[in-house]
Design a protein around this ligand. Sequence first.
Ligand code: HEC
Length: 285
Amino acid sequence: MNHDRKMCNRHHRAPRADFAHRRLSLRESSATFAERKATLARPMSARGYFVALAILAIAGGCDMLDMYDEQRYEPLEASSFYDNGSSARPLVAGTVARGDLREDEALYTGKQDGKLVEELPMEVDRDLLVRGQERFNIYCSPCHSRVGDGFGMIVERGFRRPPSYHIDRLRQAPVGHFYDVISNGFGAMPSYASRVEPHDRWAIVAYIRVLQRSQNARLADVPQDQRDQIAEAGEEEAEGRAAAERRDTREQRELERDIREHQRPPEEGERRRREIERQEREEPE
Ligand code: HEC
């Protein structure tokens, strides 16, 4: 720090002294006022510009260095002042940072008076479900798969397979359990608290309920006026499948016919081979 300051001062001073000297020598000489003015106002040479720029750069740098080298600790910097050698101090017990007061137990822990909550601590609407779907597909589907059956891509590559969300135990589990698993992890599954904030955790929980419903839906779950659509769609699908089957068998038959037509009988190949051998014997190279 001191060293830097000294360097800066030297650069500051030298040109100033030089300038003063030039004024002095001009005054001492017999030059007229006009001559003196002309000399001092003479356009700067290229070298002069360069020197001026360098001075500015260095001077600017010095101001910055003053702030840069202020007496303070960098994050995580060591300190010999405290016994534990760390410059960072723990918060005073009971301190709550602004905006971090998490009074709502259900919202932030998934529990009320220590018991897992049965209902989402917020209104469930379409926006929440869409958000939940998006977050689920990003953070959970790699292991749990997009439908939650536990055959995600990471599992296909060898990671331990999680239980399907569609087993009875997890269908009966209170929503608080899912919130708790995301927040604190569960067995081989790590916590996602650092990546998914509380509101998004609930959005994911709501979406898991949607998945559970989707894999166990009955026709009776569908509103009456939409059941006909499903029946129609079902018929169309059945028709499509039958057509595809017909097409497949036709293609298969054509393929078999092609193979039969193009395959030469094995004797033909043998005859041709003997013919070539005979020719080679008759006209050796
Ligand atoms: C890296 C893979 C992986 C990811 C990503 C993952 N999980 Fe899991 N999850 C697991 C495994 C493995 C288990 C089984 C853990 C065990 O039984 O040891 C599990 C178990 C669970 C369970 C069942 C707990 C029980 O009661 O059996 C739930 C619920 C769950 N995860 C929810 C989630 C949610 C929600 C997300 C996304 C925020 C998520 N998981 C992301 C691997 C993952």
